[in-house]
Design a binder for this molecule. Structure first.
Ligand SMILES: Cc1cc2nc3c(=O)[nH]c(=O)nc-3n(C[C@H](O)[C@H](O)[C@H](O)COP(=O)(O)OP(=O)(O)OC[C@H]3O[C@@H](n4cnc5c(N)ncnc54)[C@H](O)[C@@H]3O)c2cc1C
Length: 386
């Protein structure tokens, strides 16, 4: 089904499973998210039942196999992210964190017991997970993290603080990355563990319909079975981020599409100087550039989806997609806002919400600058991180 603005009919490239998932998620957000999202955004909340519903729809960890996960292809996962983010980046973030940042490390690096204990419940939306990598003093440079874990007999004792953690205070299980004598390791920290607490971060002006928290680990004692046994080093969390960033490459095209559609609809009905503002050439030029930028982003997402389906997708290719598509999406959202002018700054229309959300999206999971450095290194062979 081509939308009115899909002049290149890019969605015709989707297979049957992908269309089914697109239509299912689109219907879900139309019925259950869009009527409420402006209020959630204003209140700065994402109600917990929404997460349960996303689980019931089979969207959590949908690209993983076994343990109650749907086992869809990467493009189907991308399409689901796109349709969620067409509603709101916060809702897509909830699904990304659950599936790619919390379930994926357990699925990929966990013990059989850890997988069986957590993955089926997380897939169903009965248990929520979060991913704790960023710290107050270390964001782009997680290798310098202060959170550390030391052995005490057969136990581990974790201390440190994690910052900006999506779903932190509602999570039943936190995947916390900590430095150890052997390098960075991942730990599963259940809610309620003594010494472990989460406090929400308020006054955000972006991703307001998303829970963001600080995690405090004050000498948290964990059994040896809490460590993810199959990975050591920064490649553990970075591999999770590559998974999640793939979802962003697709997701932001949903936000951008909503902004384009809103601008077209508004421009064709709003009149000034005796005619629809869509009749002015300056408006049409904006719409045309928004549309072709969106098509380029959609084609890039589809291309990366095909590479991922073929098993050849590399982290630097994902960096290219995340960097390019997040920038394209925020530019489209801001241009859409100019077409709606004063109405564009209210929550009566979705564009300022998307534009504000995309401020966080260009920052989290690797800032635009960090992805530029990844591409710069791949192009030149020279690292410019330090
Ligand atoms: C709403 C939200 C949700 C989030 N959710 C999570 C989550 O669930 N889990 C989690 O672990 N983290 C999460 N984050 C954190 C996010 O990943 C970090 O904010 C991000 O990695 C950037 O870190 P920082 O904010 O500390 O910025 P810094 O690293 O301090 O960067 C500041 C500026 O310096 C630039 N910079 C840094 N290093 C270089 C360099 N070498 N060269 C050039 N420029 C450089 C950056 O690009 C940026 O512009 C979230 C953030 C937000 C806003």
């Amino acid at each position: 089904m081509a939308t009115e603005t899909d002049l290149l009919q890019i969605d015709d490239q989707l297979g049957d499973e992908e269309r089914l998932i697109r239509d299912t998620v689109r219907a879900f957000v139309t019925d259950h998210v869009l009527p409420e999202i402006a209020d959630w955004f204003e209140a700065g909340t994402l109600p917990r039942p929404v997460l349960t519903e996303l689980g019931k729809l089979g969207l959590f960890g949908m690209h993983l196999t076994g343990y109650g996960c749907a086992g869809t292809g990467p493009i189907a996962y991308g399409v689901a992210c796109r349709e969620l983010e067409a509603a709101d980046s916060g809702v897509r973030s909830a699904a990304s964190v659950q599936g790619s940042l919390a379930m994926f490390p357990i699925w990929k690096y966990g013990s059989e017991e850890q997988k069986e204990e957590w993955l089926p419940r997380m897939a169903a939306g009965d248990a929520i997970g979060c991913f704790g990598l960023t710290e107050p003093d270390y964001g782009s440079d997680p290798s310098s993290m202060r959170t550390h874990a030391v052995r005490d007999g057969s136990d581990w004792v974790l201390s440190g603080t994690k910052m900006w953690i999506t779903n932190g205070s509602v999570a039943d299980i936190a995947v916390v990355w900590a430095s150890t004598d052997d390098g960075i390791r991942g730990f599963l920290v259940p809610r309620g563990t003594r010494g472990f607490s989460a406090r929400d971060i308020h006054k955000k002006m972006s991703l307001r319909a998303s829970i963001t928290s600080e995690l405090v680990l004050d000498s948290v004692r964990l059994p040896s079975s809490a460590v993810l046994p199959e990975v050591t080093g920064l490649r553990g969390p970075l591999s999770c981020l590559t998974e999640a960033r793939f979802g962003i490459v697709w997701g932001v095209t949903g936000a951008a599409r909503t902004c384009l559609e809103t601008a077209v609809s508004y421009a064709t009905t709003r009149t000034q100087f005796g005619k629809a503002i869509a009749e002015f050439q300056l408006t049409q030029s904006k719409l045309a550039w928004m549309a072709v930028s969106l098509y380029q982003a959609q084609l890039l997402a589809l291309h990366l989806g095909r590479l991922k389906s073929a098993g050849t997708l590399t982290p630097v290719q994902v960096s290219a997609g995340k960097m390019a598509n997040a920038r394209t999406a925020i530019d489209i959202a801001r241009t859409s806002r100019t077409i709606l002018a004063a109405n564009g700054v209210t929550l009566e229309y979705p564009v300022i919400r998307h534009a504000n959300n995309l401020e966080a999206v260009i920052t989290y999971e690797g800032t635009e600058e960090i992805h530029a450095l990844a591409l710069g290194q791949a192009l030149t062979g020279m690292s410019a991180y330090r």
